[in-house]
Design a protein around this ligand. Structure first.
Ligand SMILES: C[S@@+](CC[C@H](N)C(=O)[O-])C[C@H]1O[C@@H](n2cnc3c(N)ncnc32)[C@H](O)[C@@H]1O
Length: 280
């Protein structure tokens, strides 16, 4: 059973638990070198609320409260959380840090400042973005694969495909999967409860397979909907996560406790109840 604790006043962080608190405070409670893998998608310092209407979604099912960081504070904020992330990562561990292009420079500066070694600069290409009249459509994110010690970090290059696995046209599937441009679809949870942004499970599965083993401890300081913890749990990894917005934390907690990947929205749940009553 997943352990999920409401933990503003915590003094100790447990494995297989998520916490409704600021991640910098949370990570300070972890011992150095404690976690094996970090997968995280920090806030992007764009005026996300203003842009939410650009997204093709039914607003009522998208939960409010996304905690954004003002652009002028972004570099300091990034250095602060990343310094803690560096401290808590093990020598054999890796971190995958997602970023939009807007504030990528701050992420790259912080990576160097805190001492991370960059292993790959991955591009996640998704199926479509928001159509614009006067510029090209943004349809990618950046993902920085970094570590503390490039000679010690884990990497299982045959985790998903063997050397002899080929496509119908004779191309090496292992080679394709190991390229640094990842073409992966966003997930659209039509009708279900959701947070404004979320990483697809396919991305987290891929990172887990190549850079961690069963039983490893995976940290996400910026949990959002809880994707990193939920998918880590599905893959028999231990997890720890922090989320500052109570509604998102509750959502992630419910997903972990019920082992339900998707949760129905309130209008959908009400409809289902009404249908059951009709049949009674
Ligand atoms: C881009 S979203 C993460 C989405 C997540 N990867 C998912 O798949 O759902 C960033 C999250 O960080 C949260 N956040 C912002 N500042 C935080 C802080 N200081 N500590 C913890 N969480 C924070 C935001 O509320 C938001 O939910």
């Amino acid at each position: 059973m997943a352990l999920a604790i409401h933990a503003r006043d915590m003094t100790e962080i447990q494995d297989n638990a998520i916490y409704n608190m600021d991640c910098i405070q949370g990570m300070k409670l972890l011992p150095p070198g404690h976690v094996d893998l970090i997968i995280t998608d920090p806030p992007f310092a764009i005026d996300f609320k203003a842009r939410r209407t650009n997204y093709n979604r039914t607003q009522s099912r998208v939960m409010d409260g996304y905690n954004e960081i003002p652009a002028e504070e972004y570099l300091d904020f990034t250095r602060s959380w990343m310094r803690e992330a560096y401290r808590v990562l093990s020598e054999t561990g890796s971190a995958f840090i997602f970023s939009g292009w807007n504030n990528l420079k701050d992420i790259l500066i912080a990576i160097d400042d805190v001492g991370f070694v960059t292993v790959n600069h991955i591009i996640w290409k998704y199926q479509f973005g928001v159509v614009c009249k006067r510029r090209f459509v943004t349809s990618h994110y950046h993902c920085l694969f970094v570590c503390k010690d490039d000679t010690k970090r884990k990497f299982f290059n045959s985790a998903r495909f063997q050397k002899q696995d080929v496509s119908k046209t004779g191309k090496s599937l292992r080679y394709q999967d190991l390229e640094d441009v990842w073409v992966i679809k966003r997930e659209y949870w039509h009708g279900d409860k959701k947070t404004p942004t979320k990483l697809p499970a396919a991305i987290i599965n891929k990172i887990l397979s190549y850079t961690s083993e069963e039983g490893d401890l995976v940290l996400d300081p910026f949990l959002g909907s809880g994707q990193t913890a939920v998918v880590s749990k599905q893959n028999k990894r231990r997890y720890i996560g922090f989320e500052i917005v109570p509604e998102y934390y509750q959502f992630a907690r419910e997903r972990l406790e019920t082992d339900n990947y998707r949760l129905p929205s309130e209008d959908q749940a009400a409809k289902a109840t009404a249908e059951v009553m009709l049949w009674d």
